[in-house]
Design a protein around this ligand. Structure first.
Ligand code: CA
Length: 221
């Protein structure tokens, strides 16, 4: 999952970025509202964490221009503005959820999981293609009612990217985008390494290679 963090407060930004990295999200952080549009043009994101009081361009304006461009990237607003009218304006303006500062990271993470789940059209918190299931809250994978296997952060990030859209083929570059943010050093064989590790833990058949194109998990039943 690749997340764009838009937050001008350095202390909050650092805490959020570091916590999300620890949780194996790929995170890019910008501090100016004006930088959002060009950043989104260069790289698709699974989720935007958007502060409202931003230099350059206010968060509410960032959100409305995003939706005016028909960009439906999920947006979770993080802000100290607690006036009801502000909250309603954010939600009516196309935000997917809202969290007030100060917040606990556990709550932010849970709200992010809920937003991402709704984006994937899933009511259940557990991702599944009928064969393989994955619980984002615990990073546990289960194949065909077998025993739960705990995945490493990066194994989880890769498998989650595939399992959000069962049947879709993801290229090496797309998978890397879900694992690494800006400034992260990309290890050239990381995708192969993770696929190998996942097959060893979950069985050879769970992830299929489509030669020259990428990898997928089956669409299931
Ligand atoms: Ca701010």
């Amino acid at each position: 999952m690749r997340v764009l963090l838009v937050e001008d407060d350095t202390m909050i930004g650092e805490v959020v970025r570091d916590t999300l990295k620890d949780e194996s999200y790929a995170v890019d952080w910008i501090q100016n509202g004006l930088a959002v549009a060009s950043t989104l043009k260069a790289q698709p994101y699974d989720l935007i964490l958007l502060d409202l009081g931003l230099p350059g361009k206010d968060g509410q304006e960032v959100l409305s221009s995003l939706r005016a461009r028909h960009d439906d990237t999920p947006v979770l607003i993080i802000t100290a503005r607690d006036a009801l009218s502000e909250r309603l304006r954010g939600l009516d303006g196309g935000a997917d959820d809202y969290i007030l500062k100060p917040f606990k990271m556990e709550e932010l993470l849970a709200r992010m999981r809920a937003v991402l789940r709704r984006k994937g059209g899933q009511a259940s918190p557990v991702l599944s293609n009928g064969v393989l299931s994955l619980d984002p809250a615990t990073r546990e994978a289960v194949v065909c009612d077998g025993a739960a296997v705990v995945l490493s952060g990066r194994e989880f990030a890769l498998l989650q990217a595939l399992l959000i859209r069962p049947g879709a083929i993801l290229s090496r570059a797309t998978l890397e985008d879900h694992i690494y943010g800006w400034g992260d050093e990309i290890e050239s064989n990381m995708v192969d390494f993770l696929i190998h590790a996942l097959r060893r833990k979950l069985g050879n058949d769970v992830i299929q290679n489509v030669r020259g194109v990428g990898w997928r998990v089956s669409k299931g039943s």
